[in-house]
Design a binder for this molecule. Structure first.
Ligand SMILES: Nc1ncnc2c1ncn2[C@@H]1O[C@H](COP(=O)(O)OP(=O)(O)O)[C@@H](O)[C@H]1O
Ligand SMILES: [Mg+2]
Length: 258
């Protein structure tokens, strides 16, 4: 088996506020292979975002081992600057708070992110336009993002992350504001990137995404369990895409989704 690109052993994380302490992760173990499309389900408050922050090196475990791209992610081994550099180079973040620059257009948000990442003018322009186009927001490209719908803004944030060309994409509820058509369109783009070898860890409670994952986990009571797709919601039938099995599994042949 290929070496895992993400490896977590016995990860613990708690938060304290006032005199209260909440244990969020209580010994999480995870292995993600390069090119794998991983879905993490779990009720609200179960720690999905906490786990994604740790995987994306934005936050650290209290204890346990975290390895990303064969590096031991530990504040003792990394300066903050080195870590920021590492993250910028290898990890694409698609989070709920989009952090778009409100005073810029959709195009400018993607373009300037690329410039800050070190791409030249022409390359940034081409990448920005192509990515916005592939996500179906080319017609809104030159509108100020404040005037876009929630779903359009979400796609701009996705475009910004994809245009950078990371190795690992960490996505928190990436389809939360998308209608069915746009959710399918986005997942098909992500699956095609996974086929090229990009790795995805996606936290969601959107059943529509189930057919696209290679591996599905459920985060519950601080632990991560691998589950069958049909078990995500205690064995209930799932998926608004239920009727689309053929199209989906053809697109996503590695996933044995059906
Ligand atoms: N920075 C923080 N300080 C204190 N508590 C936090 C912090 N971040 C998350 N939590 C708490 O940790 C728990 C898990 O949160 P989160 O990881 O956001 O869950 P999910 O993404 O699954 O909804 C929640 O109870 C939340 O209130
Ligand atoms: Mg969350």
């Amino acid at each position: 088996m290929r070496l895992p690109i993400i490896k977590l052993n016995d990860v613990y994380k708690s938060y304290s506020y006032g005199d209260k302490r909440i244990e969020v992760l209580k010994g999480v173990r995870l292995r993600v292979a390069p090119g794998e499309m991983v879905g993490i389900f779990g009720p609200s408050g179960s720690g999905k975002s906490t786990l994604l922050h740790i995987i994306s090196t934005l936050d650290f475990a209290d204890s346990g081992y975290v390895e990303v791209l064969e590096r031991d992610i530990n504040p003792r081994h990394f300066s903050e600057d080195d870590l920021a550099l590492f993250r910028r180079r290898y990890i694409g973040l698609i989070f709920q708070s989009h952090n778009l620059f409100p005073e810029m257009t959709a195009y400018e948000n993607v373009y300037f992110a690329l410039r800050m990442r070190g791409f030249g003018h022409r390359e940034s322009k081409v990448r920005a336009l192509n990515t916005l186009n592939s996500l179906g927001i080319d017609r809104q490209a030159h509108k100020n993002v404040q005037f876009l719908s929630g779903g359009e803004r979400q796609r701009v944030a996705v475009a910004r992350a994809l245009a950078m060309g990371a190795e690992i994409y960490v996505c928190d509820e990436p389809t939360g504001e998308l209608d069915r058509e746009n959710a399918i369109n986005l997942m098909e783009i992500l699956v095609s990137l996974a086929r090229e070898g990009k790795t995805f860890v996606i936290a969601t409670h959107d059943d529509r995404l189930l057919p696209y994952f290679d591996t599905v986990y459920k985060l519950e009571d601080g632990l991560l369990h691998r589950v069958e797709k049909k078990e995500v919601h205690h064995g209930k039938a799932t998926g608004a895409f239920g009727q689309d099995g053929d199209g989906v599994s053809r697109l996503h042949s590695r996933g044995h989704s059906r």
